[in-house]
Design a protein around this ligand. Sequence first.
Ligand code: ADP
Ligand code: ZN
Length: 215
Amino acid sequence: MRLILLGAPGAGKGTVAKLLTQIDGSVQISTGDILRGAVRDGTDLGKEAEGYMNRGELVPDSLIMGIMGERLLEDDCKSGFLLDGFPRTIPQAEELKTLLEKLNIDLDFAVNLNVPKDVILDRLTTRRTCSNPECQAIYNVKSMPSKVEGICDKCGSPTIQRDDETEEAITKRLDTFNEQTAPLVDFYRDEGLLLDVNATSSDVVVSTIKEKLAG
Ligand code: ADP
Ligand code: ZN
């Protein structure tokens, strides 16, 4: 499958993407994960991106398009891809459209994960992520805790709060989303690609997507 996952921070894009990869081997491509990896490795890209990320602002479109232009050419994308956190601005969506046309790739849908605001805020402040870069499992101290507090079930590494998950950065990320990313819903509706789903439960999102793909 070839999907774009749209939704506010905390809407569950990463969780849904991970569940979908298990269905048909499509790869999850998360620009947030790629950028955090670059920050961790101290690359030039990471150095450029870090400040924007910690402030809850978007990284410049040119950096993101550089990353994605290369990523989409890699072999593993041939079995399908789930774009998690990209595109995030209208210029990114326009450039992606041109790029996919050039590569002769059709998208199935852009899935809009709709979640009420209070649920979003609650999820973001209670989210924990596995600190092991190879794992990055996602937990929630209230609704999906790890078996041992602070320790990842899958790999035993500590689970942590991300640097951009302070209250201040979260508020800023939500503002950024409303200003720059929410307009993509109309963009994809106009393209005839929008699938709008109620995303309070990730399992329901996955079954809705499966049904729509089946026809
Ligand atoms: P979330 O969806 O939970 O906010 P992500 O992991 O997708 O988090 O992104 C974390 C940060 O990385 C964003 O706040 C932003 O600074 C940067 N980022 C990720 N994807 C993009 C993108 N497509 N365009 C611009 N900045 C991005
Ligand atoms: Zn882990």
